[in-house]
Design a protein around this ligand. Structure first.
Ligand code: G1P
Ligand code: ZN
Length: 546
């Protein structure tokens, strides 16, 4: 079968962000667009001749077309083997598991995470290296540099019947390259069996414990059905929206109280099961809800850390805990008390990978519904769900009781994030530039009833490779432990998204059950005033509050 070298011209917008390259499907469908990016990946990752690539995606629209294109290119470029998920399906954490387990050279994951799917919606592609984690910046920079100078790419002649049947588990040959269509779930499920006490969870469920998992029409459906229903015995129907759809049923597969509202309504109703959870488009995010209680992702990380000894494979093995800077300081309180090292990193999962590879950290998380551990190098939605179920089985208490007791022991970090989406990019930049100047002189000043203890533009020096990441968000910390953080999203697709994060710390048991927005209202007002948000952006209300 002939290999073709196709002449192409470059596009100037193929800079991968923290989660790879994300654009509208129609953008990816432009002639040579996906191919240019894939060839730029292949040209930047070193010598993979004779090696294995892992390939799969979250099942969104264009997933299968993209996979066929990438298979032809992988063959023409010299990979020996590609492991591709059945029907093109691999969740991000499953891809990370398989890359590590099969000692693959790397993997290509097709997803735009929690963003909508469909012909007019989003698509994405990212490259993960042999540790199973997202490519480090030196590789993504190299990929970007290649996209700017690319003039040709290599693929197979499509006239000669190169479509691989992805629907059946089978091994194919594609011009000398092996394509193995693998079970999307089994390697992942096996690792979860090794990490958690499935017998204890099974026992709890057979004793009448009930749960609801909302797969949001996205990739985790088959994983959740196999693990929660088939292996752990949850009643049929415990998984809702469990069949992956190309357009996620027209919804945002984003596990928060706004987008997973069916689950949220159920959990706050008299019909509530004991436990509720949801995951996102590609299965790396999670939301945890109990009967009448929502667990913030920041609290969830703190609670998993405090209770790790209830989980056999983590007992006595927590090296340290890391959180992204805007994530609440709840996990810091736990680390302090347990004598664990704690780390504050910039937003984005890749910073955790270095700490884990150096064995400094076992658990990590972000406020944006991402939690994970060193079992892989991606955040992992179902893993967090199973960690919770294992704790619930061991403690035999409700989610609400566990959370309340946690607050009594460690204090409560009230927490909320306000997003202002699709604001004018110039206005957003002006606001951040203004803040950057202001924070230089805020320390020790009084704002309303609060005194600023520190204020800065967060900069991070990686303790492992010593690389420096600057301008990672504006922090204003107060003497009573409250904090406001401002940063611009790096993953939005239209205009700019300003995120403002609020946190206040409460140790008085009589004040631990207030409404969150009420508890944070002074901070919210003050943050809007300091940033001149209204006059610069014209916005008076946040688009999404989580
Ligand atoms: C968002 C989240 C961040 C997460 C990233 C990728 O990035 O805030 O925590 O790592 O998605 O899932 P942002 O849009 O804020 O740059
Ligand atoms: Zn995701």
């Amino acid at each position: 079968m002939p290999i073709s070298t196709i002449i192409t011209t470059s596009f100037d917008d193929q800079k991968p962000g923290t989660s790879g390259l994300r654009k509208k499907v129609t953008h990816f469908q432009q002639t040579h667009y996906l191919e240019n990016f894939v060839q730029s990946i292949f040209d930047s990752i070193g010598d993979f001749q004779g090696k294995t690539l892992v390939l799969g995606g979250d099942g969104r629209y264009y997933n299968e077309d993209a996979i066929q294109i990438i298979l032809r290119m992988a063959s023409a470029n010299g990979f020996a083997k590609v492991l591709v998920g059945q029907n093109g399906i691999l969740s991000t954490p499953a891809a990370s598991v398989i890359i590590r387990k099969k000692q693959a050279f790397g993997g290509i994951i097709l997803s735009a995470s929690h963003n909508p799917g469909g012909p007019d919606e989003d698509f994405g592609i990212k490259y993960n290296t042999d540790n199973g984690g997202p490519a480090p910046e030196k590789i993504t920079d190299a990929i970007y540099a290649k996209t700017k100078e690319i003039s040709e790419y290599r693929t197979l002649d499509t006239d000669s019947g190169t479509e691989i049947d992805l629907s059946q588990l089978a091994t194919h040959e594609l011009n000398g390259m092996t394509v193995e269509v693998i079970d999307s779930v089994s390697d992942y499920a096996q690792l979860m069996n090794e990490l958690f006490d499935f017998d204890a969870i099974r026992g709890m469920i057979s004793d009448g414990f009930t749960l609801c998992f909302d797969a949001m029409h996205a990739v985790t459906g088959p994983y959740a059905v196999e693990i929660l229903e088939n292996q752990l015995g949850a009643a049929k129907g415990s998984i809702i929206n469990g069949i992956p759809k190309e357009d996620f049923g027209g919804e945002h597969p984003d596990p928060n109280l706004v987008h997973a509202h069916h689950l949220a309504e159920l959990m706050f109703s008299p019909q509530s099961p004991d436990f509720g959870a949801a995951s996102d488009g590609d299965g790396d995010r999670n939301m945890i809800v109990g009967n009448n209680i929502f667990v913030t992702p920041s609290d969830s990380l703190a609670i998993l850390t405090a209770n790790a000894d209830h989980v056999p494979s983590y007992k006595g093995k927590i090296k340290g805990v890391a959180r992204s800077m805007p994530t609440s300081q709840a996990s810091d309180q736990v680390a302090k008390k347990l004598g664990l090292d704690s780390y504050e990193t910039p937003t984005g999962w890749k910073f955790f990978g270095n700490l884990m590879d150096a064995d400094k950290v076992t658990l990590c998380g972000e406020e944006s519904f991402g939690t994970g551990s060193s079992h892989i190098r991606e955040k992992d939605g179902l893993w967090a769900v199973l960690f919770w179920l294992n704790i619930l089985a061991a403690r035999k208490e409700s989610v609400a009781d566990i959370v309340q007791k946690h607050w009594l022991e460690f204090g409560r970090n009230y927490y909320s994030r306000h997003d202002y989406e699709a604001i004018d990019t110039n206005a957003a930049n002006q606001l951040m530039t203004g803040l950057r100047e202001k924070v230089k002189t805020l320390a020790d000043t009084q704002i309303g009833s609060l005194t600023v203890s520190y204020s800065d533009d967060f900069s991070y020096t990686d303790p492992v490779d010593k690389s420096i990441s600057e301008h990672q968000g504006i922090r204003i910390g107060f003497t009573n432990g409250s904090r406001v953080v401002y940063r611009l999203s790096g993953t939005g697709t239209s205009g700019a998204t300003l995120r403002i994060y609020y946190e206040s710390y409460e140790t008085n048991p009589d004040k631990m059950n207030q409404d969150t927005q009420q508890a944070l209202k002074d901070l919210i007002k003050l943050s809007v005033d300091i940033s001149e948000l209204k006059s610069l952006t014209g916005r008076t209300e946040a688009t999404v509050i989580t």
